[in-house]
Ligand binder design. Structure first.
Ligand SMILES: Cc1cc2nc3c(=O)[nH]c(=O)nc-3n(C[C@H](O)[C@H](O)[C@H](O)COP(=O)(O)OP(=O)(O)OC[C@H]3O[C@@H](n4cnc5c(N)ncnc54)[C@H](O)[C@@H]3O)c2cc1C
Length: 327
């Protein structure tokens, strides 16, 4: 229920606009590395100093005009340039909808192609993040189209999808990030039960570690991480065949510890004024993440405005769902 509410909130354009105006609020400042590139660079330098590499995401949501998609592309090109100029140990993560996928496939493909071409010049990897199932096939199409020209591109497989293993087999020669999945998907295509998702997640990771090119295991789940540590030991899988990934600001101690233990570790570093949708998806994932909000929400007037608006939305959804149940 909470997941559904926060996914609903993440798709609310009015709240997204309000959040953009006020800058990082509601506790988002601890999980988003700033609203501009300079702040993100500082965060990446700090992580690099701890032996942690980064994948950087210039946040962007609700792109429905061609100019917005072009602007997002230009900003990502700047990020690539900055990675080079600051000698950062980092690569980039992009979202197809931010680059125009909802407007026109070819517009998006051209934008992504420009990004990947620039990244190639500096020998950087580009990860195409996986969004909701509506964008699944076009995202694979982008990967197919781009891999005709480039070999520095990969994507994400979500364990909640019934067909995940099939996708993994098809894309085993790519560098793949494996995740549990962040969106609310219907039961005809995705597991709904946490245990089923967790079981499938382990199955996919094991399969890709044994057969795939390079595996990014993106999770905050210590049980999965412990399992992977045992599995790679048992099968003598070298450290340069995989990495652990976590999101910026989550389980920091564990991030540092894994890097110290000698595992390749990569932190996903989101930044930008469009933080709201990303932050709501994090709240959807784990009710305990609401602690981040609780610490901040009544601190300032602006937080209160957003908090009240979000609260009103939640209450509205609860009333609506109770009403439906009664009917
Ligand atoms: C680097 C990265 C990139 C991602 N990219 C995508 C993407 O492209 N597409 C997509 O759909 N999803 C993506 N996700 C999100 C992912 O799909 C999951 O929704 C998200 O990671 C939550 O699942 P989890 O595996 O971390 O563990 P969960 O199932 O959320 O948690 C499992 C257990 O781990 C522990 N735990 C989890 N978080 C914490 C914490 N903060 N503090 C203490 N204990 C904790 C708890 O014991 C919890 O019960 C990405 C995630 C990461 C880390």
């Amino acid at each position: 229920m909470l997941k559904e509410i926060f996914i609903g909130l993440s798709q609310n354009q009015v709240l997204n606009q309000a959040a953009r105006k006020y800058g990082l609020r509601l506790g988002a400042q601890s999980v988003v590395a700033g609203t501009n590139l300079a702040e993100a660079i500082l965060s990446m330098k700090e992580l690099n100093a701890q032996g942690i590499s980064c994948t950087v995401d210039n946040l962007g949501e609700f792109v429905c005009k061609e100019e917005e998609a072009q602007a997002a592309k230009d900003q990502i090109l700047e990020v690539i340039q900055a990675i080079r100029e600051h000698h950062l140990d980092a690569h980039i993560s992009i979202k197809p909808t931010q680059l125009g996928l909802d407007i026109d496939y070819n517009l998006c493909l051209n934008n992504v192609r420009e990004i990947v071409a620039k990244a190639t010049q500096y020998d950087l990897f580009v990860n195409i993040d996986m969004e909701d199932s509506k964008h699944l096939q076009p995202t694979f199409d982008l990967l197919d189209d781009l891999s005709i020209e480039f070999d520095n591109v990969g994507t994400v497989i979500q364990a909640y999808l019934y067909q995940a293993l099939e996708y993994l087999e098809k894309y085993q020669d790519y560098r793949i990030r494996i995740v549990k999945g962040a969106y609310k998907e219907p039961e005809d295509i995705a597991f709904q039960n946490k245990e089923d998702i967790d079981d499938n997640y382990i199955k996919l990771i094991e399969w890709h570690l044994l057969h795939g090119k390079f595996t990014s295991i993106a999770t905050h789940d210590h049980r999965v991480i412990d399992h992977v540590k045992q599995f790679v030991k048992k099968h003598a899988i070298p450290n340069d065949k995989f990495e652990f990934q976590m999101l910026y600001g989550f389980r920091k101690e564990m991030q540092y510890k894994l890097a110290e233990e000698g595992y390749h570790f990569c932190t996903y570093v989101p930044f930008g004024s469009d933080w709201y949708g990303y932050f709501m998806r994090r709240l959807a994932e784990r009710p305990q993440n609401l602690n981040l909000v609780a610490k901040q929400v009544f601190n300032r007037k602006t937080n209160t405005v957003l908090g009240v608006a979000a609260g009103a939305f939640i209450v509205g959804r609860l009333i609506k769902s109770n009403w439906k149940k009664r009917k």
